[in-house]
Design a binder for this molecule. Sequence first.
Ligand SMILES: [Zn+2]
Length: 272
Amino acid sequence: MRHANFALSAALALAACQQGKASETTAPADPFAGTWVDLTHALDEDNVFWPTASEYAHVEVVHGETEGGWFYSSYDLRLSEHGGTHLDAPEHFAEGRQTTDRIPLDRLIGPTAVIDVRQQCEENRDYRFTVADVERWEQAHGRLPEGAIVLFRTGFDQYWPDRTRYMGTAKRGAEGVAELSFPGLSEDAARFLAEEREVAAVGLDTPSLDYGKSQDFIAHRILLGENIPGFENVANLGALPAAGAHIVALPVKIRDGSGGPLRIVGFIPEGD
Ligand SMILES: [Zn+2]
């Protein structure tokens, strides 16, 4: 983990270096040569929130012309920490682990591995990602890098924000929880990432690290128990290559938070 916070700058330096070589000039290369992509759903009342989460509210305080003659706009915001594109802080399922404000930046910024499980999830919407799914990525791209932010691409963001198609139900409360249906990590895959690899964080394009029918939230308990945060309801994973991109995922810094709204973006260095 120690080196992970240098991963992005190292990659940028490498990209800069390669660019310098290619052009054979001594002018400093642009360290941001590449493409930034947004992996975040915009927050609004149509967002998918957990069936038991409180309702989202974005309430107008002022919006319009003031007495002084200028325009002014301001809203109040109320939302669950666990709705829309969001972070699960380790303490969400592991008492005494890191809260939102205490997660080190090298857990939130780093190289990414995008593991494509779309076909498996299309065949079975209650699919649980396996160790073999991770190993298939490694066979193609090499061992998961130290400090990797592992993102599983189920393809379910195509259903967003249709709650029934995205998470199996539009019902709220306990009745909704009983009908949840979407893919997530198996216990074995969570254990493999937590214990056999030095991953920084794990994310996916579904509402939860655990599949919808989970009763014990074992993937959450394993990953968060090792201080590995989760990124849920991630969008637009098709914009990233399977390997070679970097993630910057910065949650609102809520003191003692169990999670929080997340702005997650990817950087694809030029040439990738
Ligand atoms: Zn969550």
